[in-house]
Design a protein around this ligand. Sequence first.
Ligand SMILES: Cc1cc2nc3c(=O)[nH]c(=O)nc-3n(C[C@H](O)[C@H](O)[C@H](O)COP(=O)(O)OP(=O)(O)OC[C@H]3O[C@@H](n4cnc5c(N)ncnc54)[C@H](O)[C@@H]3O)c2cc1C
Length: 464
Amino acid sequence: MSEATRIVIVGGGPGGYVAGIRAAQRGAQVTVVEKDLVGGTCLNRGCVPTKAILGSVEAIHKARAGEEFGFKVGGDIEPDFARIMERKNEISKKLRDGIQGLFKRSKVELLVGQGRIVSADRVEVETTDGVKSLAADKIIIATGSEPAELPFFDFSQPTVLDSTAALEMEQVPKSLLIIGAGVIGCEFASIFSELGTDITMVEMMPQMLPLEDKRLAKQFQSIFRKKGINVMLKSKVESVADYGDNSITVDLEGGDQVTAEKMLVSIGRRPNTQDIGLEDVGVEMDQRGYIKVNDRLETSVEGIYAIGDVNGGILLAHVASAEGLVAVENCLGGNEERDLSVVPSCIYTMPEIASVGLTESQAREEGFKPVTGTFRLGASGKAMAIGEDVGYIQIVADEKTDKILGANMMGPHVTDLIHEIAVAVRKGLTVKDVGDTIHAHPTIGEAVMEACHDVHGESVHVAS
Ligand SMILES: Cc1cc2nc3c(=O)[nH]c(=O)nc-3n(C[C@H](O)[C@H](O)[C@H](O)COP(=O)(O)OP(=O)(O)OC[C@H]3O[C@@H](n4cnc5c(N)ncnc54)[C@H](O)[C@@H]3O)c2cc1C
């Protein structure tokens, strides 16, 4: 019998732990090295904690609308922030325990410690019991990323937060200045505005959520404005005027000042590539410090792969996991390429936003003659029934072939609905294919069918 391939994975986030389990399923002998908590950023400082808090906030929002829905609760609805944070921690822990259980069942060894690659076939791990040396036939680097810091902010000040620190706050701040109106900034704004925080967002770009469709971002901005969130576009913080004990004041370019109890800096991420031995073994990085990989996710050193945030592709948990599966196949002799052509992008705000494929303007830039169809959720019975009828579904298609090129959506559960269109784009389905598929009534999902009908000017429920 041939010996099992020994795979050492450095980092136990959604890239590393998924790769570990799959490799073990394929018969490899696997060690996942994790210096902190399994589940990585996603489960402990990112996707899951933010959505757990959002779950509480959505419940509060619904309870506040009790009279409209036909029930009364005694007194005001008061958020219990300590319980909200405790619930968030409980959910993360339950999921971490779940991963450890999966590791045990699939015989993945978890080694807690700081990993360092010393050669193409050896990883050293600094553990509480001293340094352990692991022999490896293949190595997968999955060390992820950290919040990026702006040099002129002093992050040791209690008033200056990154996303990790914001998830550990003990009290709801009265006011919050958010630098950056990208996905993470908007998710925090949605959460804290519902909890009563006075929010100002400062964004350099001319639109918030710069990667989303222009029209969608504009509508979303007006929803934020209605909630009382002050969104300052084309604005830049120049310097900090004052780090007070309980407040911070910043100077904006142009002379304005903003003061808030706390400031959250959400301007992007930087890769965890320091002190893991990359320079010593010759793993190349790009100018921003991300590890360079080919389409098979192999680095410049044969036998060493890099997946997830650390390779700077698309910084999302589902991409890290998908890349983990590709890297494992290649570690075991396969020849798979990552395919990032269809990646759903979801923003967990109130309302939610989701998109996939091309926007109308991107489709035009790529040489298509795009046609669109839209269905507004104000006309959806289900959206009205659940009291969330703000938003719309827009389908983008190619006029010539009728193929669906993409979609952008805003409204309840669109982060679940987007996958129908992801499959359609990936498989080259036409507007007619999806539009002819019977969708259940009443659902938010039938808005996708209606939007497809609208591409052909035939939506029964849209007055043209
Ligand atoms: C606030 C926030 C919200 C987010 N929400 C979403 C979302 O809703 N959906 C989504 O798809 N993405 C979301 N993301 C992004 C998502 O968390 C990341 O894309 C994802 O976690 C990347 O996975 P990864 O495995 O590449 O790295 P990570 O999750 O960062 O995991 C890397 C792991 O490696 C470990 N490590 C690092 N160096 C070493 C070393 N030398 N030795 C041993 N271990 C090491 C780290 O401790 C960490 O556990 C969010 C991010 C943030 C910050």
